[in-house]
Every structure is written in structure tokens, then in C-alpha cells.
Design a protein around this ligand. Sequence first.
Ligand code: TYD
Length: 213
Amino acid sequence: MPHSTTSAGFFVTLEGIDGCGKSTQAKLLAEAFRSLGKTVVATREPGGSPGAEEIRPLLVEGHKTRWLPETEFLLFTAARFEHFRIVIGPALSAGKIVVCDRYVDSTRIYQGVVRSDLRRLVDLLHERLGIRPPDLTILLDLDPEMAFERRQATRSSEMRFESFGKDFQRKARQAFLGLANENPERIKVIDATRALEIVAQQVFEAALEKHRE
Ligand code: TYD
């Protein structure tokens, strides 16, 4: 039976602070749906479409002072608009499942709350641009200390947001939890300290439950 949240497709996003394991869990969730015979588009932000992937390095590389928070917000939103119009929207219209590693809640939290006070502008611009909200968002909740340890194994050139420091990550965690509290119907919080397989099972169960609604 099709779920009732939207007219077509099923749209799941994964969110959380850096090092919470969402990229791994996004891949596992896509595989789990595919094993049921579903057509899945697994994608990520910033990026996910050719133009948005060109914008990505501007945002995730370089010095933390590279952009003013407002410019950063506009660049993330520009990348998202491309991604939504070119990849996510068409996939959902074709009835596919879309699993996206980060999406609008990252902008709400990082640019809207932690970097600057832009929450209302984030909501307004997304609404005006017709960027569809997800049907379900999985928030992988993890203590920033533990997340930092996990990140040490995967250092890359994309460290701009890590360079904002641990206090930044702590604020982001609290803001994500606050957002989940405001949106209990859409955002499911999952404890990311547990073993990878247990987290994967909980993520899949939450997604199946929402998909059946
Ligand atoms: P991502 O590639 O998901 O990093 P990771 O896999 O290390 O979690 O995202 C890169 C950074 O971009 C991440 O630190 C959070 C930040 N970000 C924002 O600040 N706003 C946004 O809208 C998005 C999508 C990401």
C-alpha cells in the first residue's frame, strides 16, 4: 500500500553531527530497501547532482572563515535547489525511494542556528523554492567526543566544518535534538553509540514503519 505522507516516492534523510556514522547508515539503508526489490536513489549533500558537486568543495574545503554565514547558507541552498530539481524531485515523481545523507535540517542547524540566527530565512527560502521536505528524517545522536574519535580514522581534505571545533559540534548536537523535539512526526532519534548492525536495524525498522503509513 502506498504511504500517505506524499503523492509519490518515499524520501528519507539522515542527519547528525560529523562522525555520527550517517554516511555508512545511509548506504546500509539503501541496500536494505534494494534487498526488498525497491528502486533506490542513494545520494548526499552538499552535492548529489553535477552542479551541486561543483559547489561542494567551496563549502567543505578551506579555512573556516572562507564564507560569511549568510553566503554559506545561500551556497548550500543553491546546491540543494540543483540537487532537488535534477535528482531528488524526478526520482520521487517516478515513485522511487530516495535516501539522502544530509539535507535541509543540516542547513537549519549549521547555518540557521549554530553559525548564525537564520532559521526563519532557511524555512522561508525552502518553502518559496518548493524544495520538498523529507517524509522521514533519521537523526543519529552521538556525543561529540565519541564522534571526534570516530572521525580520526577518516581524515580528508574536507575538514572545514571540523575546524570549527568541538563546541560547535556540541551546539549542533543540542540544536538537532531540539529540532527533533519540535518535529516528532518526521524526525526519529536513534542512539548512534550502539553497534553498527544494531543501529542499521533500527534505522531500517523506522523507515519501513514510515513507508507503510
Ligand atoms: P558531509 O559530507 O555530510 O560530512 P560528513 O560525512 O563528514 O558528516 O557534510 C560536510 C559538512 O557540511 C558537514 O560538516 C556539515 C556541513 N553542512 C552544513 O553546514 N549545511 C548543510 O546544509 C549541509 C548539507 C552540510
